[in-house]
Design a protein around this ligand. Structure first.
Ligand code: PEP
Length: 270
């Protein structure tokens, strides 16, 4: 195993699993939580309808991007403040807590006001100013693994947040860049048992970005839960081919419902 220069996030320092409050939920406990929703918030009907659909299937939190840092500056960058307002409306309608991305320190206060959990995207895993800033906020943070980051680098990034006083950090494996080119990313399921042995923090998996292919997402949902993940982050949209972003890796409601049944069966068996 790697040597452990990290301290606060280390299991050596805190042998028992971290459990903490996120909105009305306790994350990191025995039950697996599934965060589901679209890549981008698009319209009121889309986000409220998705919240209702994923809740019915068993998701316990809603995801949706309002501030979207995309690869190209010409891609949709999100509805921004209007998107946050629509997320808040979806929460009022369904009671599902909101998970949404924070892309920079300038917009952090507005995003933190609405979000129940802040999502720190893979491109920002080593944005130290943002890591320190979310470390000061009293909201849980999902830290996504950088596309070329080692597990040690990810744990050091988590250490930045915890060192500033925010102990509610969730580690999220979301696929890394490998020599394989058939899929945009390669989900590194090694990360689940490795992170859980090295750290007390909850470990989630994003199978949507992990493989980047809609049809293959349910298999990786099952695999992540079988590997011991504490939760999943899954992209779901009422009509994936029409989604503004990430439709190719997004499940529709029937696909998500079926995958959730399978996940429940696996979770019940382990
Ligand atoms: C996301 O989950 O919306 C996202 C952009 O993921 P990542 O940062 O892992 O690419």
């Amino acid at each position: 195993l790697i040597s452990q220069p990290f301290k606060l996030v280390s299991r050596e320092v805190k042998p028992e699993d971290s459990k903490f409050q996120a909105g009305p939920l306790v994350l990191g406990g025995k039950s697996i939580h599934v965060i589901a929703g679209p890549s981008s918030v698009e319209t009121r009907d889309q986000i409220v309808g998705t919240a209702q659909g994923v809740k019915k299937a068993g998701a316990t939190l809603l995801r949706g991007g309002a501030f979207k840092p995309h690869l190209s500056p010409y891609e949709f960058q999100g509805l921004k403040h209007d998107g946050l307002a629509l997320l808040a409306e979806a929460r009022r309608e369904t009671g599902l807590p909101i998970v949404t991305e924070v892309k920079d320190t300038a917009t952090l206060p507005q995003v933190a006001e609405v979000a129940d959990i802040l999502l720190l995207g893979s491109r920002n895993m080593q944005n130290y100013a943002l890591l320190e800033a979310v470390g000061e906020v009293r909201k849980p943070v999902i830290l996504k693994r950088g596309i070329s980051a080692t597990l040690k680098e990810m744990l050091m990034a988590a250490e930045y947040i915890v060192a500033r006083g925010n102990t509610r950090v969730i580690l999220c494996e979301r696929g890394i860049r490998t020599f394989e080119t058939m899929t945009p990313n390669t989900l590194d399921l090694n990360a689940v048992p490795m992170l859980k042995s090295l750290s007390h923090l909850p470990v989630f998996v994003d199978p949507s970005h992990g493989i980047g292919m809609r049809k293959a997402v349910p298999a990786l949902m099952r695999a992540a839960v079988a590997a011991g993940a504490d939760g999943l982050l899954v992209q779901v949209h009422p009509d994936p081919p029409r989604a503004i972003s990430d439709g190719h890796q997004t499940l529709d409601f029937p696909e998500f419902e079926k995958a959730m049944d399978e996940v429940r069966a696996i979770a019940g068996a382990i």
